[in-house]
Design a protein around this ligand. Structure first.
Ligand SMILES: Cc1ncc(COP(=O)(O)O)c(C=O)c1O
Length: 377
């Protein structure tokens, strides 16, 4: 049983504003701040010797936490600076030989497409959505064949909050001998994961949003045995098996997913991420999912009652805690709400609201009340 008052006390922002924008940035917790100060105190006291005694260990602690979140071995997890860096790393780990086609969708985050757009050796197929919310799995099925290198798409569309079925996507790709890459930035932390069971080859995520860990790092899952086989064309001293031998003449890839890493990770984020993960994990990702479903359902019902037009999946099971409310001038609405201390976001044509486990029912209700006034203003 989670004590909601205790949970909410961990997130001071909830005492100052109505914060409903976790899909952009998860709230900072006291726990994350404590962990960050552990880092800065050691920096003060120990300088560089903190590296060997504490910081390298903290990186491995985080890798272990992420592995737990993915329900996968630590050997399948690499830490990189951003999702874009993970995607570039994957792009630079694959040869586009006779398989030159990447199948993606118009609902995916642009950086996912940009990786391939800049490569003249790759042909990008962008699937369209019929309803502006989902892409029918049949479209992936129809688009892939022996020329396909990879399906590259999202777990949860940032544009619509729709959750895609990873087992279906990976089996569609594998049936034709292609790979499956999932951008899970909007999935990890709000949807329980068992990545090996899904069959996906690559999954990228990060602490910034639903894991409440702040900016500066991303997590990349590479399934066994690809984590030991791929040989990326961009690399670093963190990717070599003999990192601390400092031998410029000898490079050997690390045995596992660490071969995909690119230099010194952002240590402040390692610490804030550890603090954020601790709270999400203590609450339980399944419980986060259940709570977020209940808050989102409440939000949907009230928005519909208030006459809003919603862009959302018709099937509640494939809805996440990202809700899109259509509006002609969403920027103006979001600014008016911010003046009333309600923090949400917008994308072209929509106000974007994303409650998380720490939000209360009262906050959801108050948002709808303020929205009605701001949207009419
Ligand atoms: C689904 C998704 N992918 C990728 C990104 C961007 O990732 P990064 O800035 O780490 O490259 C975002 C950020 O908002 C996102 O929502």
């Amino acid at each position: 049983m989670n004590d909601m008052e205790e949970v909410r006390r961990q997130f001071p922002i909830l005492g100052t504003v109505n914060y409903l924008n976790s899909c952009s940035l998860g709230a900072l917790s006291l726990r994350a701040e404590e962990r960050l100060s552990e880092f800065t105190q050691r920096w003060h006291r120990m300088g560089a010797s903190a590296w060997y005694e504490h910081w390298l260990g903290a990186i491995e602690e985080l890798r272990g936490e992420v592995a737990g979140l993915f329900n996968a071995p630590a050997a399948t997890v690499a830490l990189l600076p951003s999702t874009s860096a993970c995607l570039a790393m994957i792009a630079e780990s694959l040869e586009a030989g006779t398989r030159r086609r990447i199948v993606t969708t118009e609902l995916d985050f642009p950086t996912l497409l940009y990786q391939w757009k800049v490569r003249p050796d790759v042909e990008l197929v962008i699937l369209e959505s019929d309803d502006g919310v989902r892409v029918d799995p049949q479209k992936f099925e129809d688009a892939v064949d022996e020329r396909t290198l990879m399906i590259a798409t999202s777990h949860v569309f940032f544009t619509t909050g729709h959750i895609q079925n990873l087992e279906v996507l990976s089996s569609v790709a594998h049936r034709v001998g292609a790979l499956c890459l999932i951008d899970g930035y909007q999935g990890a932390g709000q949807i329980p994961l068992d990545l090996p069971a899904t069959g996906v080859d690559f999954y990228t995520a990060g602490p910034l949003k639903w894991l409440c860990g702040g900016p500066g790092l991303a997590y990349m899952y590479v399934r066994e045995p690809l984590n030991r086989e791929l040989e990326p064309r961009i690399t670093s001293w963190f990717a070599t098996k003999d990192q601390f031998e400092f031998n410029p003449g000898a490079f050997r890839y690390h045995d596992d997913a660490r071969r995909f890493e690119l230099g010194t990770p952002a240590l402040p984020t390692v610490y804030t991420a550890l603090g954020g993960h601790e709270l999400v994990t203590a609450f339980g990702v399944s419980e986060v999912r259940a709570r977020n479903q209940s808050l989102t359902q409440r939000l949907i019902e009230q928005c519909l009652e208030a006459g809003c037009s919603l862009r959302m999946s018709p099937d509640p099971e494939t809805r996440s805690a990202i809700l899109l409310i259509e509006h002609g001038d969403p920027g103006a609405v979001v600014r008016a709400l911010a003046e009333r201390k309600v923090i949400v976001d917008y994308r072209p044509g929509v106000v974007r609201v994303s409650p998380h486990f720490y939000n209360s029912e009262d906050e959801v209700d108050a948002f709808v009340g303020e929205l009605v006034q701001a949207a009419g203003a």
